[in-house]
Design a protein around this ligand. Sequence first.
Ligand code: DX5
Ligand code: ZN
Length: 235
Amino acid sequence: MTPATQHHPSTPPIVAPSILSADFARIGEALSLIDPEREWVHCDVMDNHFVPNLTFGPIIVSAVRKLTSAWLDVHLMITEPLRLIPAFREAGADGITVHLEACADVRGTLAAIHDQGARAGLAIKPGTPLSAAERYLTELDLLLVMTVEPGFGGQAFMADMLDKVRAARDARERGGHHYLIEVDGGIGPGTARRAAEAGADVFVAGNAVFGTHDPRAALVSLRAEVGVPEAASRG
Ligand code: DX5
Ligand code: ZN
């Protein structure tokens, strides 16, 4: 089955609202705020094992897929994600990100994502140094630098992760790699700008969008803060 994605925006900067902070009883309304021409939808999958929280699996991803044509950026915070990659792809994930700390065979897991025709991302927790990911950088479409401990929305941004973002940018340039650098956790007014200045390309924001009384306005100002062009006419 080919996921019904029409738009594949991969030109940074990209804001990726996380539905974790949305009202799941009105998920269609939340998704309607997201512009498929320039935004991604970030889906946080948690297993109560790799992280203490428990969220959703492929069934919800496939429901989201039916409600938006936006790029589905699926962040798997689950132990040993390898055998579930086909299910998430089948559900409509465009990009699948796994945690370095959660995989026995990181290279094999990234290859499985590519075999399924999705873009492959690798996430590293705040305590994991960039050097641990170094040997995989050539294989990555996306490197996710966690700016909070994974598990929950609404946590405070860890400013000391900005050095890791800078190092990821430098490593990309030195090595001629092509991965996008994504930041996730505590991104909102102020922190989004700092992450952008440090070299981030993709900005996940849960609470700063869906935790506000005017999610639409919050999204508009986040776009402006990271420099997303006004018109939907970019390439
Ligand atoms: C945290 C998740 C995040 C979360 C971010 O483990 O990976 O994607 O939704 O939420 P905020 O933006 O509220 O920190
Ligand atoms: Zn996430």
